[in-house]
Design a protein around this ligand. Structure first.
Ligand code: R1P
Ligand code: URA
Length: 293
């Protein structure tokens, strides 16, 4: 089979040789990648680096590559949502596995270790504010992976059916067409180690309605969170809500990379508690991930 060629409209490369949205060049990519949602968190991660070789800002995507204890690491912000994860993962994978000079796929797949460090809402009494949760499974309420052919081959179809039956959603009601995908198990072992909760994370297509938060307008299913908190499948319970882990785990699986998400709980939905002064505490999570990635 000949090498696949990617047209100019499909893989957009800027005049300086960088990839369209991230503005990162192939030589800036490291094998270890940390993704954060908040662009301001990139400087916090990079403040621990011993050396820095590039610092690139483009829209919500801020990237710094450097070294930490001799390990070359690239940290990039994604902004909020799985739609941005589609951009970041495809562009990072292109930097790794497509030759930008010939626009063809490279012979040998370069595998990356990718860890997202974020914030989340806790859904169980044992995930109070301040808990670090490493997602071993993600449930995508965002629909993104459904656009990729390999979706059925990598997802837990039986658990998807069990969750939909449990929620009793049909027709257009909430209409998430959830997909359920495992994070990379070796990476979860290494990053979660013995001190993080291993979680099942729902990535939602919104912060309010899709996470069962009702302000002035009513929700389609006011009992959504109650049902989600009670759901149990093969001994697993759903632990937290955030907005990116499903697309990250799903695209990484399809592309051949290792990925997981670690989040700090900043709001517990059962206890109705929140912590807005979490910026110092997330630095503890950052240091743990930098040491284990
Ligand atoms: C919502 O406030 C944002 O916080 C969480 C959610 O996934 C969403 O992106 O993660 P980050 O703290 O990484 O942005
Ligand atoms: N991020 C989310 O997506 N949800 C929360 O409740 C907190 C952080």
């Amino acid at each position: 089979m000949g090498k696949r060629y990617f047209e100019e409209s499909e893989l957009i490369i800027n005049p300086d040789g960088s990839v369209f949205h991230l503005h990162v060049r192939p030589e800036d990519l490291a094998d270890k990648v940390i993704l954060v949602g908040d662009p301001g968190r990139v400087e916090l991660v990079a403040s621990h680096f011993d050396t820095k070789e590039c610092n690139i800002e483009s829209r919500e995507f801020h990237t710094i590559t450097g070294t930490y204890n001799g390990k070359r690491i690239m940290v990039t912000s994604t902004g909020i949502g799985c739609d941005n994860i589609d951009i970041v993962m495809n562009e990072i994978d292109a930097l790794a596995n497509i030759d930008f000079n010939t626009r063809t796929e490279k012979e040998k797949i370069r595998q990356l270790d990718i860890v997202r460090i974020g914030t989340c809402g806790g859904l169980q009494p044992y995930t109070p504010v301040g808990t670090f949760i490493c997602s071993e499974k993600s449930i995508g309420f965002d629909g993104l992976l459904n656009f990729y052919e390999g979706r059925n081959a990598v997802c837990d179809l039986a658990m998807e059916r069990a969750l939909l039956n449990h929620l009793g959603w049909n027709g257009n009601m909430c209409a998430p067409a959830p997909y359920i995908i495992d994070a990379d198990s070796e990476l979860v072992e290494r990053i979660a180690d013995k001190d993080m909760v291993r979680g099942v994370t729902i990535a939602c297509g919104g912060f309010f309605g899709p996470q069962g938060r009702q302000l002035r307008i009513p929700l389609t299913d006011p009992k959504q969170n109650e049902k989600i908190e009670k759901f149990e499948y093969n001994g697993l319970k759903i632990t937290n809500f955030e907005m990116e882990s499903s697309a990250l785990a799903g695209l990484a699986r399809l592309m051949g990379h290792k990925a997981t998400t670690c989040c700090m709980v900043i709001a517990n939905r059962v206890a109705k508690e929140a912590n807005t002064g979490y910026k110092n505490q997330i630095d503890d999570l950052i240091k743990i991930v930098l040491n284990r990635i």
